[in-house]
Write a protein that binds this ligand. Structure first.
Ligand code: BMA
Length: 313
């Protein structure tokens, strides 16, 4: 059994971004997707407006920790007739994947019809083009792999289910529009830290042993749920094959701003940036209120998946 020094070292100046840093009125700053684009860290973060609905802002950083927010929101619900109908209650939790020189953005779109996933594309984070709604309701947390496999795009899905605890699925597409061949790849484990539900988290990144995916898992307690982060390793040539899932979580709510806030006891990730020095910067929303960051050694995360695994299904 491994010892418990922190697997993720929290940045000592957390939280890295709060509503006070945003030049337009918002109640929260959390659940941000993030990439390093031409050496600049670009963060697309979610904010609740004061009506409880969400929009997406942009913040940039040279070092990955100190961010400056753009004066205007990056993405707000569409006014287009089709997209507008499905984004009317807000847009949330962007994931960013670089595939073939395009940044693909997946986000949750809320409306009177439920929650589904929208896909947009940008090359430069200046202009954004909405491509399609790529799920029906009720799905959240869709993350596209940064490479194609057998000529097809591959994504992690999280459909809703009353019969089985909410689990991670995988789907494929030849063109980003039509998705299929869906099947379940990872499920919660009973009486385990992720027993209530699991969902895709940060965009997976390549290591020499496999694709590393940092996901979230939820446990129900007598005083509400606890959102933690875990890690899974997917085969390089076939990400539907999970090589190992760490039995232990890698991050849980511990700092005051992770324990208390808009939703207490939440750490929730949508993005991580692997660095050339073998570390990865991991970003998470604390209590659905602020953005936090930390770093981990990639080999240690891989080792957790291989040396102390639990069954994926
Ligand atoms: C999930 C999503 C996330 C949120 C989390 C904790 O179901 O709504 O956006 O961070 O709950 O509230």
């Amino acid at each position: 059994m491994k010892t418990h020094p922190p697997i993720i070292t929290r940045f000592k100046h957390n939280p890295i971004l709060t509503s006070k840093d945003v030049p337009y009125p918002v109640a929260t700053v959390h659940n941000a997707g993030i990439v390093k684009h031409n050496g600049l860290y670009i963060m697309l973060f979610r904010s609740h407006l004061h009506n409880g609905r969400s929009i997406i802002g942009r913040a940039d950083s040279q070092d990955g920790f100190s961010f400056t927010v753009h004066p205007k929101p990056f993405l707000v619900p569409s006014t287009d007739r089709f997209f507008g109908e499905y984004e009317a209650f807000g847009i949330e939790d962007v994931r960013i994947s670089l595939v073939d020189n395009d940044y693909l953005l997946t986000y949750s779109a809320y409306s009177q019809h439920g929650v589904r996933i929208a896909l947009a594309r940008t090359k430069d984070f200046e202009t954004v083009e909405r491509i399609a709604m790529i799920t029906q309701a009720d799905l959240r947390n869709v993350v596209i792999f940064p490479e194609k496999f057998g000529g097809r795009y591959v994504r992690l899905d999280r459909p809703h289910s009353e019969i089985s605890p909410w689990s991670i699925w995988m789907s494929y597409s030849p063109d980003l529009i039509y998705w299929g061949d869906s099947h379940v790849i990872m499920k919660p484990v009973p009486y385990h830290w992720d027993e209530m539900k699991i969902g895709p988290g940060a965009t997976p990144f390549r290591t020499d042993k496999g694709w590393l995916h940092i996901y979230h898992g939820v446990f129900k307690t007598m005083s509400g749920t606890v959102y933690r982060l875990g890690v899974a390793l997917h085969a390089l040539d076939d990400p539907a094959h999970i090589i190992g899932v760490s039995d232990q979580w890698i991050l849980q709510p511990e700092d005051a701003w992770e324990i208390t806030g808009y939703v207490p006891n939440v750490v929730f990730t949508c993005g991580a940036v692997p660095e050339d020095d073998g570390t990865v910067k991991i970003y998470w929303g604390g209590a659905d209120t602020v953005m936090c960051a930390g770093s981990a050694v990639i080999d240690e995360l891989v080792d957790l998946c291989l040396s102390d695994p639990r069954s994926p299904l």
